[in-house]
Each structure stands twice: as C-alpha cells, then as structure tokens.
Design a protein. Structure first.
Length: 476
C-alpha cells in the first residue's frame, strides 16, 4: 500500500468512527430528555431508571466520542505505543458510571417496594417514548457494532453493547407499565409493584453489562493477553523450521492495536541475515493469528542438540563474529588435535591478530574440553580492492597445466583457464569437471593436490583458484 493510500485509509477510518460516535451522542441527548420529561410526569420509577441509564449513556457516549478523537492519533515520541489506551480508559469510566446507576435504581426500588408508596400514572406518551427509545437503541447498536467490528474499537463496542441491552431493559419497563395499567383497570393491587420490580430488572441488566465490560476494560488496562492466543502463537512458532525454542511471548493491547514481543532460540551458528529471515517468517506466522499486530522478535543463540565437535568450534567462533574454515580434527592416541584457518582484517598488526586468535583458542578449549591442542592458520582478510593488469595469455603454460590435470583420473576435463597479474603476482583460475556423485571431501582433496602440482610446475604462480563443476552441469 502506498503512503498516500495508507493516509487516506487512516483518515477515512477516523472520519467513520467519529461520525458514528457523534450520531450516538445526538441520539442520547434526544432520548434522555424525553425519558426525563415523561418519567417525571408519570412518576414511573421504571422510566426514571431508564432516564438515569440513558443519561449515563449520554455521558459515556460523549466520553467515547472524545476518546475516539484522541485514540486515533498516531504514535509520537512520548507515546510510542500510540494513544489507543484512551479507548480502554473510556470504557473503564463507562463501567463506573453504570455501577452508580445500579446503586441509585436498586435503592429507589427498595424504597418504593417497602417504605413509601408512589402512584404511577401510565400514559400514551410513556409508551411512545419507550418504543421510540427501543427503535433508536436498535439503530445505534447496529451502527456502532458494525464500525466497532470493522475497526476493532473497544470504546465503540462498549457503546454498542450498552444500547443492545437497553432494548431489553426498555422492553422490561414497557412490560412493567402494562402490568401496572392492567392492575389499575382490574383493581389488582399487588400489580402496583410491577414498576419498581421492572426497575430492579433493569438494574440487573445494567449490572450484567457492567460486569462484562469491566472484565474487558480491566484486562486491557492491565495488558492481559487475549485468551488462548499466547498458546496459539507458541505452538505455531515452535513448528517453524530452524526455531529451537520459544523462550518468551508477551502480548498487550492498546485500543484496537495488539503488540507482540517474543524471544526465539536459533542455532548459534546462524548468520545475522538468516536470523532476520527467521524473524520475518515468525512475524508472518503471528499475523495469521492476530492480523495487523505489531511484532518484535528477539533471537537468542542456542546450542543445538547433537552438535558435533565441528559445530561447537564454529559456534564459539561465531560468538566472536569470526568465521573459521578448513577445520581439521585428528584423533592421535585418544587426544584430539584441531587445525583451523581463520581470516582476520588485513589492517591488523601481527600482535593484534595473534592476541585475538589466542583468546579464541582458549575459549574453544574451555567449551570443548576434549580438545587437547589447537593450531590456527592466520590469514589476512582483504579489505581493499586490488588493482590488476590485463589478462595474460600464455598458451604454453595453459598446455602444461592441462597436462597436469590429466594426471588425475577423476578430472574429466579442465577449461576456462585464466591468467592475470595483480601487484606483480601471477594469478591463475580454471574450471574442472568431475563426476556428479563424487564426495565433496574427495573434491577438496583433488583441488588441493592439483594446486600443489600447479605450483610445483610453475613456481611463478602466486595464487591458484580451481572451480569444480559437476559433469551434468558443465556449461562450456
């Protein structure tokens, strides 16, 4: 997605969320005002409890509207995880307001049931207002729920949940008014308690909503991980080839964004580039579980099970950011002797290079105690581009070198012989075709022997490079 498209999508999301939150505020103002007027005129505790409920819903809607404006701001230097927690805090405030509503409703209902009589006069206006409230709550809950799911907004989800349960609480109030009217018409005295009983039912609904919302908001504010997601991530990541272990997984939520932080164990001889590739694979795997999650992967070097002595030697070298090659281990009467080649920056002095090698050898002997002795061949690692002359043509030397190659029965042919002069030194390179199924160890022995023969035949050669090719892949 281009930068312009991303900005457009983000602005569109903000505008859509603000619009639905703003419409919810306007609807809350209208319905709360009507409920207060009708509740006072009829004296119905059920309607007044609904008015109080709607009034707090109005406050919650305003808080939600304001929180949406803040939470959609991008991350900055002081809020590196963005401002999404404002939505969670907004939902937490709504929970407190709902509980306050419950306390007042329950207190007033008990008063009317046991300590004082309040005459309630149901009217057509009361029924009309409650039916209008149900219609508006249905419209608001559908609109808010759709946008909440679309953008994973907890604040809008809380509002949608409120208004969906308001439909049921308003229905209970209507039922209470109908029973009350029925009692008036037929002289059934005990039905006069229908109104405060309906108010208690409304309070029960509000408590239920508050409890559900409280659990979600407190979990979000305390950075609780979504249920089951951590184990899903650990199972999925542990199945990725090359991941030795999943050491730690932490997940937190801020608004509609998730953040995942995990540590994985990789083989200690894995290169930095390969480690980065593994981190990308882990990130993609987590995105399959939590889309759009912000992932940070920390890789930890680990020794693999069943490491041989060569892996252990290379693992110690890799710890020092060194790469040893041509490692040879000999078992001489039960004592292991190691020979290895190590390239170091050509700009180092001999003393500096030797000190580094001494430290490396001591650490290898400490970690691999079965090694009796180590001998390291120090090579200079080129750090400058060498200036060379044009390719030298010497048909006679080429014939002599090809004749030497013919002495080795495994070499099918030798071709692409190139000679060049660099800093007054003669370099030769060539391609040798060998059998496809020849073991690589034997190929290396042949290359080494052929290099020795070349230098014996032509002492003027300073460096020899032999490139082996399989017989079926000969591209001459």
């Amino acid at each position: 997605m281009s930068g312009t498209s991303a900005i457009f999508t983000s602005e569109s999301m903000r505008a859509e969320k603000r619009a639905v939150a703003g419409n919810s505020v306007l609807a809350a103002i209208a319905i709360t005002s009507l409920k207060i007027v009708v509740g006072l005129s009829t004296g119905s505790l059920g309607i007044l409890s609904e008015a109080a409920h709607s009034g707090l819903d109005l406050v919650a809607a305003v808080v939600t509207f304001l929180s949406i404006r803040v939470s959609d701001k991008p991350a900055d230097a002081d809020h590196q995880y963005g401002h999404g927690k404002v939505e969670n805090f907004s939902a937490f405030i709504e929970t407190g307001l709902l509980l306050l509503t419950c306390i007042w409703i329950v207190y007033e209902a008990i008063e009317r049931l046991f300590f004082r009589k309040v005459e309630v006069e149901p009217s057509i206006a009361a029924f009309a207002v409650m039916l209008l409230s149900i219609g508006l709550d249905y419209w608001r809950s559908r609109a808010l729920g759709r946008i909440a799911v679309k953008y994973d907004s907890q604040a809008l989800e809380a509002d949608a949940l409120h208004f969906s349960t308001d439909i049921w609480s308003s229905s209970v109030v209507i039922l209470g008014l109908l029973l009350l009217q029925f009692g008036h018409s037929f002289g059934i005295g005990w039905l006069r308690t229908a109104d405060p009983v309906a108010a208690l039912v409304v309070a029960g609904v509000v408590i239920y909503v508050s409890w559900r919302l409280a659990r979600k908001t407190v979990d979000a504010l305390l950075d609780a991980a979504p249920t089951g997601v951590r184990s899903q991530i650990m199972d999925a990541v542990s199945k990725i080839g090359g991941v030795l272990e999943v050491d730690r997984v932490r997940i937190r939520r801020a608004g509609n964004r998730y953040f995942a932080d995990l540590s994985i164990g990789l083989a200690r001889n894995v290169t930095f580039q390969r480690s980065e590739q593994m981190a990308d694979t882990v990130t993609s795997t987590i995105h399959d579980i939590l889309p759009d999650v912000d992932v940070v992967v920390h890789s930890i070097p680990r020794a693999q099970r069943g490491e041989n002595i060569f892996d252990r030697i290379r693992g110690v070298a890799a710890r020092h950011n060194l790469n040893v090659h041509d490692v040879s281990v000999q078992d001489l009467n039960g004592r292991l002797h190691v020979e290895q080649h190590l390239e170091l920056d050509e700009r180092l002095t001999l003393l500096e290079a030797h000190d580094r090698v001494t430290l490396l050898e001591a650490e290898i002997r400490s970690e691999v105690p079965e090694i009796s002795s180590i001998l390291t061949h120090i090579e200079s690692e080129p750090a400058t581009i060498e200036t060379g002359d044009e390719v030298v043509r010497d048909a006679g030397l080429e014939r002599r070198l090809k004749a030497l190659a013919a002495e080795f029965p495994e070499i099918v042919d030798m071709h692409d012989v190139n000679l060049k002069r660099v800093r007054d030194h003669l370099y030769v390179s060539c391609h040798c075709t060998l059998s496809d199924d020849l073991p690589l160890s034997r190929v290396h022995d042949i290359q080494t022997a052929l290099e020795i023969r070349f230098k014996q035949e032509a002492p003027e050669l300073f460096r020899v490079l032999i490139h082996p090719e399989p017989q079926t892949d000969n591209r001459r």
